[in-house]
Design a protein around this ligand. Structure first.
Ligand SMILES: O=C(O)CCC(=O)C(=O)O
Ligand SMILES: [Fe+2]
Length: 316
């Protein structure tokens, strides 16, 4: 399938040590190579996925002025609505052909982080949108936690190395709507080539054509998931931490052929971020003579701030 390996999280969760080992090896080598895997056996039920898509469609179908009322100034689009064309890829002028929503962390037992993060925004018109969004956030967070446990073992760290950094982390669930295309876009595509900022991304909605990943030959390869699979990839934070042992691969979402311009694309990435004071300094065991340290020391919060400026979401 499309050059992106498939793995099953149930192998990692099984009592069978051989299956655990198989999962760790498969995901570890995929992330050292293409940086992407398709993952089945996650914690999202079919019913939750169905409900989420229906709520997401309901939201983007609201009148523009209602959606605009949920665009909150001054928080870099970190919660609530971001309107069409506003975000552009790093180094690009033209905005992507998309509008999106952000659900953020539901902080428990941590007043410092509660004060640090903007509040989640409640959509009054769609009470169930808020409920289903939260439920999905929690299930993807749980899925990502086990994926990171497997990666910690692959990196010869303690299995729970990431646990405290991602608890109450600054993760984001982003339902995206790419609307129908009405006229030839000038230099703009649905999502221009970029690497993700965060530790790992879990993407729902890669079942149709559109998402492409750049392979080592510099060719764009279609990344298409099976109905029960999430597409998962390494983000820049994990690449920095591992001194680029795990690869944050450039990807894009291309425009459909003209006969499909009339169709929307809906995709829902979950960007797993740690708490902002996690150091992203290259791990000692990823630096040696053959692999000299490639990145300056930086915290997750500082790195995120830099990148939000580069994406046009916050001003300097
Ligand atoms: O829409 C997609 O399939 C991918 C979107 C994406 O790569 C992103 O939002 O970072
Ligand atoms: Fe992305």
């Amino acid at each position: 399938m499309s050059g992106i390996p498939s793995v099953n999280l149930q192998d990692f969760l099984s009592e069978d040590k051989n299956r655990n080992k198989k999962f760790i090896e498969e995901i570890g080598s995929a992330f050292e190579d293409i940086g992407f895997v398709a993952l089945s056996g996650h914690f999202l039920s079919d019913e939750l996925v169905k409900d989420l898509y229906s709520e997401v469609r309901n939201f983007f179908n609201l009148p523009q002025e209602v959606k605009d009322s949920y665009e909150i100034p001054g928080i870099g689009g970190q919660r609530g609505y971001t309107s069409f064309g506003k975000e552009h890829a790093k180094g690009k002028k033209e905005g992507d052909l998309k509008e999106f929503w952000h659900f953020g962390q539901y902080v428990e037992d941590n007043p410092k982080l509660e004060a640090e993060y903007p509040d989640n925004v409640m959509v009054k018109e769609l009470p169930n949108f808020n409920v289903i969004g939260k439920e999905t956030y929690k299930m993807l967070e749980k899925t990502a936690k086990y994926v990171l446990r497997a990666l910690a073992l692959h990196l010869e760290l303690e299995e729970t190395y990431f646990d405290d950094y991602i608890k109450n982390g600054n993760s984001i669930l982003r339902p995206i709507h790419y609307p129908p295309i009405t006229s030839e876009p000038k230099n703009a595509i649905r999502a221009a080539a970029h690497g993700d900022i965060n530790l790992i991304t879990l993407l729902m909605g890669a079942q149709g054509k559109g998402l492409q990943v750049m392979n080592h030959q510099g060719e764009w390869v279609d990344a298409i998931a099976q109905p029960n699979e999430l597409m998962i990839n390494v983000g820049d934070m994990l690449s920095r931490l591992t001194n680029n042992k795990l690869k944050s691969t450039i990807h894009q979402v291309v425009n459909p052929p003209r006969e499909l311009w009339g169709t929307s694309r809906y995709s829902i990435p979950y960007f797993m971020h740690p708490v902002s004071d996690m150091p992203l300094n290259c791990l000692d065991n990823c630096v040696d003579e053959e692999n000299p340290k490639q990145f300056e020391d930086i915290t997750a919060g500082e790195f995120l701030h830099e990148r939000l400026i580069e994406l046009g979401l916050i001003k300097k």
